[in-house]
Write a protein of this length. Structure first.
Length: 320
């Protein structure tokens, strides 16, 4: 795989990619990575990296911990690559994008946020999203084998009895619905009746990316008003627009607020980048979820995931 700026993009994972032990190998080998984890701990006033290293998994899985933790791993990989290659991210790729919370990772990598502010924002975002809906009253469901229009129709029928929104358009045949638990459960039955290959309730703590998240969006609006945002050094493709941001700080604020309640348009975002010349994607951070999705979106594009020291070394060999 040959990587060069005109044809490459970097993407950052979202919630669900976390696991106990992530970041250990990076911190052990690279001072640049350890500095990221130390700075995030200091910003949050907690030993988040200890939770990342040792668990328990139930604590790492908490939205308020998982979101800044995943960002920290992604930025640790970024900082290591920049340090070793002596090149900044804007010299390597044409676009950045991130899935849900990963958009904060993208904006931080692009220089719009400093690391400390990004960590605090994601901590608040996680807490606000978790607290927006009483535990046990919201839910999310994956529709496997469903296309977007079919999912929208299912959500529309289910919504007659409560909130049910399309939360994620991840890839062809992988759509996620979100809303009131009973309504989402009803959407599963509707999907099965329509012949959708598989419809399953997801093990999540809150109904993300739906209208029930409005209280969280309001909290993020207030928080973002007080954060300095710079124009990104690399164009960032946003979840809300599925196209690159204008780079205006106010536009970035507005998009991040809207993102809390809006659908993550991941499939469209990847397709937009491909239409604009991208032939290879590099996922930086924990796991390989986006790499798998991107291959489903377009089997002809090249996608790799980079997290471990070995993967970083291999990436740097191919970087040009």
């Amino acid at each position: 795989m040959i990587l060069n700026k005109p044809y490459s993009a970097i993407v950052f994972p979202g919630q669900g990619s976390q696991y106990v032990g992530m970041g250990i190998a990076l911190a052990d080998k690279y001072d640049a990575a350890k500095k990221v984890f130390d700075e995030v701990d200091e910003a949050l006033g907690q030993h988040l990296f200890k939770i990342m290293k040792e668990g328990p998994e139930s604590e790492l899985r908490l939205t308020s911990n998982a979101q800044p933790a995943l960002m920290a791993v992604s930025l640790a990989v970024v900082r290591v690559i920049e340090k070793i290659s002596n090149r900044s991210i804007d010299q390597m790729v044409s676009f950045l994008a991130g899935h849900s919370l990963g958009e904060y990772s993208a904006l931080t990598a692009a220089g719009s946020f400093n690391l400390s502010d990004a960590a605090k924002l994601l901590k608040l975002r996680g807490e606000s999203m978790q607290n927006a809906v009483p535990v046990g009253t919201g839910g999310m469901a994956a529709l496997l084998g469903a296309e977007l229009e079919a999912a929208k129709q299912i959500a529309a029928v289910a919504s007659k009895k409560g909130v049910c929104d399309v939360a994620n358009d991840n890839a062809p045949g992988q759509i996620v619905l979100s809303g009131d638990l009973k309504t989402v459960e009803q959407s599963i039955e509707i999907a099965k009746a329509k012949g959708i290959r598989r419809a399953v309730l997801l093990p999540v703590s809150a109904p993300f990316h739906c209208s029930l998240m409005k209280p969280a969006a309001e909290k993020m609006l207030e928080a973002l008003k007080n954060i300095k945002i710079l124009p990104p050094k690399v164009p960032v493709v946003t979840n809300v627009s599925a196209t690159k941001t204008s780079g205006d700080p106010d536009d970035i604020r507005g998009s991040l607020v809207q993102q809390v309640t809006s659908m993550v348009r991941w499939r469209e975002s990847i397709e937009w980048m491909i239409k604009n010349g991208i032939t290879s994607f590099v996922e930086l951070g924990a796991g390989k979820v986006l790499t798998g999705l991107n291959k489903r979106i377009d089997k002809d594009v090249q996608s790799i995931s980079v997290e471990s020291p070995d993967a970083i070394e291999e990436f740097l060999k191919e970087l040009r």
